[in-house]
Design a protein around this ligand. Structure first.
Ligand code: UDP
Length: 468
């Protein structure tokens, strides 16, 4: 009790000193990176640090922002009017982002330094290793922020150091990485497989190009979720887990008014979704979403539509406007009794709703952490990048879901999807999965609650910054 009081006193002292210190946080410009970095920023503010998030001018124009405790400033990626929507290649985009981003980040830091709240630390997205060079010129404390799982990070680290060779596309061979279970080729991040786009692989591998120079490595995960690999990686850098970065109201409720992600790149159909869910019984709805980027083939979309209908559950399906043409109007009309198709939804509210009994997900890392933290059993249909590895963990390590199997053409057929959903909604395996989901929900909350592993790690980060 006494120690607790002392600790509380120490934290308050730390918070008093901290408001002099200013942290600049730089995400990669996409929804899946802005959400966790903004949420981490809010946690820094709650510990007394002044925190500013720097997004690209294009993102700042296109986002629907609600006010938050975090300041917003801009840098440029060289495409202020269209972002990456109209660039001829991803490589061109990344080169411009690096060049213009470095220049305008320098301008921004100078501006903020002149504002009376000089920047002390740059927390930069690990996808933007060039930001570390800019920070060094100003003598800032640096923290590389990883928005993917530690397991996935360790795989890329091994590739970058030449410690892991890319396996042949032969299903029988497995790959060993310290702290991870044996992985089959289908479990590896898709960029590692032969024939995948080298530009993406270079982006991921380069996260480690200058990481040894960073003062901190922060990862959006929590210790108990990835115990072994976290311990292994923490021997290489001052690596700390700080997640899951869901808004506090969905976890420990420690930060007042932290109810949503605040920056949406799409407009959610909130009223329609919530009214529809309010009229459904507990655990009867399957929520389907493939995140903000994944684009499905027309054939896959058709199989999905049929499989969802065959599952005989209520369906709430997010089909982004850019994907809508792939879905026949016939499905939408026929599904109108048992289904609702929207272009974007407030995913956290949906997952937290008692009507939702299953989450059919692409296993993006944010969605995976959200499903896990809100205790919703998942059916994984990973599409690319780290989603394949996340799906492996969902099924085999945390046992909170089932990965739908693809056929020779890489498509999940309607019968397979129906089976996976029925297993979760009605089957024996579903009962065990639901129990595990409840267990992980409480461990996620514990990690960010006062005195939990992630909360302690954030305190340590803040205390070290304040002491300089
Ligand atoms: N999301 C949302 N509404 C939707 C679909 C997704 O708010 O209708 C959010 C979701 O909560 C998550 C993010 O978008 O935080 C997607 O991130 P994720 O890492 O899962 O996938 P990505 O979009 O990066 O592929």
């Amino acid at each position: 009790m006494l120690r607790e009081r002392e600790r509380e006193r120490e934290v308050t002292e730390m918070e008093k000193k901290a408001c002099r210190d200013h942290v600049l946080v730089l995400p990669f410009p996409s929804q899946g990176h802005i959400n966790p970095t903004l949420q981490f920023s809010k946690r820094l503010v709650s510990k007394g640090l002044k925190t500013t998030l720097a997004v690209t001018i294009f993102i700042s124009k296109s986002m629907k922002a609600k006010s938050s405790s975090v300041g917003i400033e801009t840098i440029s990626d060289g495409f202020d009017d269209d972002g990456f929507t109209k660039v001829d290649s991803f490589q061109t985009y990344l080169s411009c982002l690096k060049e213009r981003g470095s220049q305008t980040l320098t301008v921004l830091i100078n501006k903020l330094n002149d504002s009376g709240y000089p920047i002390k630390c740059l927390v930069y997205d690990s996808f933007l290793p060039w930001a570390l060079d800019v920070a060094k010129e100003f003598g800032l404390v640096t923290a590389s922020f990883f928005t993917q799982s530690c397991a996935v990070d360790n795989i890329y680290y091994h590739v970058q150091r030449g410690l892991l060779s890319i396996p042949p596309p032969d299903q029988s061979s497995t790959v060993s990485v310290p702290g991870l279970p044996p992985l089959e080729p289908q479990d590896l991040p898709s960029f590692l497989l032969v024939g995948s786009n080298p530009v993406y692989l270079a982006l991921l591998v380069n996260q480690f190009s200058n990481l040894d120079e960073a003062d901190w490595v922060l990862v959006n995960t929590f210790d108990k979720l990835e115990n072994e690999v976290v311990e292994w990686m923490a021997k290489l850098w001052r690596l700390r887990t700080i997640g899951p970065t869901l808004p506090s109201m969905y976890l420990e409720k420690g930060i007042e008014d932290d109810k949503d992600y605040n920056l949406n790149l799409f407009n959610p159909d909130t009223t329609v979704c919530m009214n529809w869910l309010n009229n459904r019984l507990s655990g009867t709805v399957v929520y389907v979403s493939f995140g903000s980027v994944a684009a499905l083939g027309v054939e896959q979309m058709e199989e999905l539509a049929l499989g969802l209908r065959m599952s005989n559950s209520f369906i709430l399906w997010v089909v982004r406007a850019s994907e809508r043409d792939k879905l026949s109007n016939k499905f939408v009309d026929e599904a109108s009794e048992k289904g609702l198709v929207v272009s974007w939804c407030p995913q956290l509210d949906v997952l937290a709703h008692k009507a939702v009994g299953c989450f059919v997900t692409h296993c993006g890392w944010n969605s995976t952490l959200e499903g896990l933290s809100l205790g919703v059993p998942m059916v994984g249909l990973p599409q690319w990048t780290d989603q394949t590895t996340n799906a492996k963990y969902v099924e085999d390590v945390w046992e909170v879901g089932i990965r739908a199997r693809v056929d020779d053409k890489g498509i999940v057929r309607k019968e397979e999807l129906e089976l996976c959903i029925r297993e979760i909604m009605e089957g024996k395996r579903g009962e065990l999965i639901k129990k595990n989901a409840i267990k992980w929900k409480s461990l996620a909350k514990e990690a960010v609650d006062k005195g939990g592993s992630s909360d302690n790690n954030i305190d340590e980060f803040v205390a070290q910054l304040v002491s300089i």
